[in-house]
Design a protein around this ligand. Structure first.
Ligand code: XLS
Ligand code: NI
Ligand code: NI
Length: 440
């Protein structure tokens, strides 16, 4: 059964193509230094936004028109799997990602939900046999159902903690069954509305306990996926515990989990935290904690998680710059945790949206690679910090001197010579690279 009959396999047609169903910049087979674009970018489709999402918002019902709309229950779940693999094949993506409830309906009990999941997971497994598309990561939705009103791992009610833990256990089993390369924990409702009714210490300790139990159980069943935490500062709770990479890293270190986890960094979550996307990637990278990316973008005028498809080339360039400096994403990838706008309700918009995101990151990759190869930015940074490579700077870095020696040195200093930070030069260089890299 086909769902996207009017759409054939998306091909690369190059920058001059006017075909909305063709890649202009992403040619999966293009190579840089012997590695294909497909291998560099490791794109993933987010099941929830593409196959489950109905495009409702707090002010109105869903608008999405989907070829699988006529089904309900398990039939709907099955139709979505068929549609998903047709979509992956036509788009040519190597990965997908899902929450448990995206792929299978929740039952009236945990046992029934698990049964539904088993049915769909075995169907997904069959489809994966004939598909090149693999599972980048899976997770469980421990936030939508009313039972998680006060959180899951950080719930005020121990029965809810137990239920959440049981769902994570099943999620790890599903991940192993489908060969998932990573397993994600996004905080969902792990946070609080007000400290006036919150035992923060107990909630944080319990979250640490849930993560430790998950690591232990994954070891027990031989599921060797990379564990990832996805920080987000707010929404749905007003304060989320995994606020940003820096606070998530401190949490992991405190609970002795830092060598078991890395971060899944979402662009829109970074900006909600008051950071740039590249700040979060950079912070994770320099601590060897950059695991994977939820590739989307926020709306510059809106203060919530709009999850738009990434089209900002400046952002994709700076993101790919960090990813290349990281030596790639290892087992991670670029998962489009992004949704079409409510007005873009036609099925074909799903293709166009992914094409725009994939093209944007392909541009970012190529421009960032050139910037790095030419040391266009790195050269300026190296020069800026050159005083630390010898003399007093080297002694500071090598830990050879203390305040007394530094005072002695400072007392004999005359005027200190400063040099320009060259920001305008750097920005204009980036623009130049953006505009010339694809000019044939
Ligand atoms: C929500 C998150 C979520 C995670 C997976 O804001 O981005 O979609 O990626 O639970
Ligand atoms: Ni996300
Ligand atoms: Ni998000």
């Amino acid at each position: 059964m086909n769902y996207f009959n009017d759409i054939s396999k998306i091909q690369y047609e190059g920058p001059k193509s006017t075909n909305p169903f063709a890649f202009k910049f992403y040619n999966p087979e293009d190579t840089i230094d012997g590695k294909t674009f497909e291998e560099y970018l490791r794109f993933g489709v987010a099941y929830w936004h593409t196959f489950t999402e109905d495009l409702s918002d707090p002010f109105g019902a869903g608008t999405a028109l989907r070829p699988w709309d006529r089904y309900t229950g398990l039939d709907l779940a099955k139709a979505r799997v068929e549609a998903a693999f047709e979509f992956f094949e036509k788009l040519g993506v190597p990965y997908f990602c899902f929450h448990d409830v995206d792929i299978a309906p929740e039952g009236d009990s945990l046992a029934e939900s698990n049964k539904n999941l088993d049915i769909i997971v075995s169907m997904v497994k069959d489809y994966m046999k004939d598909s090149k598309t693999k599972l980048l990561w899976n997770t469980v939705n421990n936030f939508s159902h009313p039972r998680f009103v006060h959180g899951a791992g950080s719930a005020s009610n121990a029965d809810v903690f137990a239920y959440a833990a049981a769902k994570v256990k099943k999620g790890l089993e599903v991940g192993k069954e489908l060969g998932s390369e990573n397993y994600v924990f996004w905080g969902g409702r792990e946070g609080y509305e007000t400290l006036l009714n919150t035992n923060m210490k107990l909630e944080l300790d319990n979250l640490g306990r849930l993560f430790q139990m998950s690591v232990d159980y994954a070891n027990e069943i031989g599921f060797d996926a990379q564990f990832l935490i996805e920080p987000k500062p707010k929404e749905p709770t007003s304060h989320q515990y995994d606020f940003d990479v820096a606070s998530g890293y401190a949490f992991l270190q405190h609970y002795g989990l830092a060598d078991k986890f890395k971060f899944n960094i979402e662009a829109n979550h970074a900006t909600l935290a008051g950071h740039t996307f590249e700040h979060e990637l950079h912070y994770a990278r320099i601590h060897n904690m950059l695991g994977s990316v939820d590739a989307n973008q926020g709306h510059p005028l809106l203060g919530w998680d709009t999850d738009e498809f990434p089209t900002d080339l400046y952002m994709t360039t700076l993101a790919m710059y960090e990813i290349l400096k990281n030596g790639g994403l290892g087992s991670g990838g670029l998962n489009f945790d992004a949704k079409v706008r409510r007005g873009s309700f036609a099925p074909e918009d799903l293709f166009k949206a992914h094409i725009s995101g994939m093209d944007s990151f392909a541009v970012g990759l190529k421009v960032a690679k050139r910037l790095l190869d030419d040391k266009a930015i790195e050269g300026i940074i190296e020069e800026r910090y050159s005083s630390y490579s010898d003399g007093i700077g080297k002694q500071i870095v090598d830990g050879e001197i203390g305040l007394k020696e530094l005072e002695k040195y400072a007392l004999q200093l005359g005027d200190i010579k400063q040099s320009s930070g060259k920001l305008e030069q750097i920005k204009s260089t980036i623009n130049q690279y953006l505009l010339t890299t694809f000019a044939e």
